[in-house]
Design a protein around this ligand. Structure first.
Ligand code: HEC
Length: 393
């Protein structure tokens, strides 16, 4: 029953999180595009205080957008704010993190081969990491560091790479990736709550009072939204990476994350420039080349030949190995209490099922991803034996 409830909560928050995430990132992409696509307005609009002009067609109608130099002459009756997309994305993300990695800590957060943490220890480390990372970012942002945005960005990147490495030593590979994403997402939502919203409130206040808004609010908000802009592609990669054990399960998973993060943020740069009519296609070419190099470097090594004294397994011995290390979870009716249905839809109760899934089992074994948590203590030799039994078919 508990496992059944776990699955539903997991599904519900994941679904909700994806919906709010689309709304947030979608609105953010739209406004970045909008801002960079504004053009010089005709004189009569300039006379009204408009500095940016834009026309669009969508869904069967023309839209005219005007961006004011300072503020409109009078406050409009209805002013739309964009904040709940960000807040609900964070809230649902945190709920999903709590269900999957805190409630399901033994399966998803803790890797006893790396650190044999208890559930509450692991949760405390996770919360301390997220809280500490967030406070560090806010502190850096308020330091003189922000005067040099490029240096700031480099430091931020280095800090995140260091965090990815450290997390990789503590948590399961998958949880390590997810925590980098959770920190980035928290920083992004914090940027909205603690920087962008106050700057907008100041803008509204100044317009209402007929004053010029204080510049420092806007400057800081700009830096924060630039960070958010470059964070989006790496963050979305982390969100979907849990379907690809070849990434986080790689021996140097943290390095793979660092490289994919850098490549995707660089690709984002192309679009930021393009919206301003500054076409720099070489950026995409370099990003694609870097990705190809990475793919080449990550090619899995061929299975190690079995040591001379290692026994080659026949079919029933190989199946016995699967039964010892996999079938508690991978069965139509799993005996493992955390599962209610075969995880990943993969049941491994008969040899034909094992064979049919060989293409996914081999990488899962080779990367050490499976058996999940390895509580049954599968040895490297047993892994090689099973891979061998599946490869020689
Ligand atoms: C403690 C439970 C557990 C054990 C034991 C276990 N698995 Fe899994 N396995 C899972 C879960 C959970 C998933 C789904 C992970 C996810 O959501 O991506 C999974 C996914 C998989 C996948 C799909 C991976 C992919 O996404 O391509 C394969 C293949 C697999 N397991 C093989 C095995 C093999 C082989 C063993 C035994 C050597 C094993 N598992 C042992 C829980 C387990």
């Amino acid at each position: 029953m508990e496992a059944y409830l776990f699955d539903w909560l997991n599904l519900f928050f994941r679904w909700f999180h994806v919906i709010t995430g689309i709304a947030w990132i979608g609105a953010s992409f739209y406004f970045v595009w909008l801002d960079l696509s504004l053009r010089e307005p005709p004189q009569w609009k300039k006379d009204q205080g408009i500095k940016g002009d834009l026309w669009a067609i969508h869904g069967g109608g023309f839209y005219e957008v005007a961006k004011y130099q300072a503020g409109p002459p009078a406050m409009p009756k209805t002013l739309h704010w964009f904040k709940w997309e960000a807040y609900t994305t964070w809230l649902t993300g945190f709920a999903l993190l709590s269900v999957m990695y805190y409630w399901g800590a033994d399966q998803y957060l803790i890797d006893p081969q790396k650190m044999a943490l208890g559930q509450w220890q692991a949760i405390a480390i996770s919360l301390a990491f997220l809280g500490g990372g967030f406070v560090l970012y806010e502190a850096l942002l308020k330091s003189p560091m922000r005067q040099s945005p490029k240096l700031f960005a480099a430091l931020l990147y280095a800090a995140l790479v260091a965090a990815a490495w450290a997390l990789d030593q503590i948590f399961s590979d998958r949880a390590a990736y997810l925590h980098v994403g959770a920190l980035i997402g928290s920083i992004m939502a914090g940027n909205v709550l603690f920087g962008i919203m106050p700057a907008q409130r100041e803008l509204v206040r100044a317009v209402q009072a007929g004053e010029t808004p204080q510049a420092h609010f806007a400057e800081l908000a700009k830096l924060r939204s630039t960070h958010n802009n470059y964070f989006t592609l790496p963050l979305i990669f982390i969100m979907i990476s849990n379907h690809y054990p070849m990434t986080y399960g790689h021996e140097q998973g943290w390095l793979v994350l660092a490289l994919i993060g850098a490549i995707s943020a660089f690709a984002r740069h192309y679009f930021n420039l393009k919206h301003q009519d500054n076409h720099q296609p070489w950026i995409l070419v370099v990003a694609a080349l870097a990705l190809f190099l990475l793919i080449g470097w990550m090619v899995p090594k061929p299975a190690e030949p079995l040591a001379a004294n290692t026994e080659r397994l026949n079919q029933s011995q190989a199946l016995a190995l699967v039964e010892a290390h996999c079938t508690a979870c991978h069965a139509e009716k799993p005996s493992h209490p955390a599962f209610n249905a075969p995880p990943g839809g993969i049941a491994l109760e008969q040899w034909s099922q094992v064979e049919a899934n060989a293409a996914r089992i081999i990488p899962a074994l080779r990367t050490g991803y499976m058996p999940l948590g390895n509580t049954s203590g599968m040895t490297d030799e047993q892994r090689s034996q099973l891979i061998q039994a599946l490869s020689s078919e």
